[in-house]
Design a protein around this ligand. Structure first.
Ligand SMILES: [Zn+2]
Length: 106
């Protein structure tokens, strides 16, 4: 497996030379992102964007490098209870019974 590529945030605060608390946060977000798969990324970005509110999609797009279209898609999927995204994760032992066995992407 290739070493995950960690995106560099492109928001104004991170571009600025001066220290800013967001720098650490945005780096951590991208670090976290580097371990998520594509669908998890857009769900997380959508959640963070909703937390920010107005301008959230644009900011999340700068931070993560995701397209704002992709973030909107994540939001739509969450709004639909992820019904279109079957559970395909292998669960940790003891973490509960797997739901219906379904293989999808990956
Ligand atoms: Zn940033």
């Amino acid at each position: 497996m290739p070493v995950p590529d960690i995106h560099t945030c492109e928001c104004l605060n991170c571009q600025n030379k001066a220290d800013h608390p967001d720098k650490q946060l945005h780096h951590q977000m991208n670090l976290f992102f580097s371990r998520l798969d594509e669908q998890q990324r857009r769900w997380y970005a959508a959640l963070e964007s909703d937390r920010i509110g107005q301008g959230g999609d644009k900011l999340l797009s700068l931070i993560t490098g995701l397209d704002d279209k992709t973030i909107r898609r994540g939001r739509d999927e969450l709004a639909q209870q992820l019904a279109s995204r079957p559970v395909d994760r292998v669960r940790r032992p003891g973490a509960g019974r797997p739901l219906a066995e379904k293989k999808t992407l990956r």
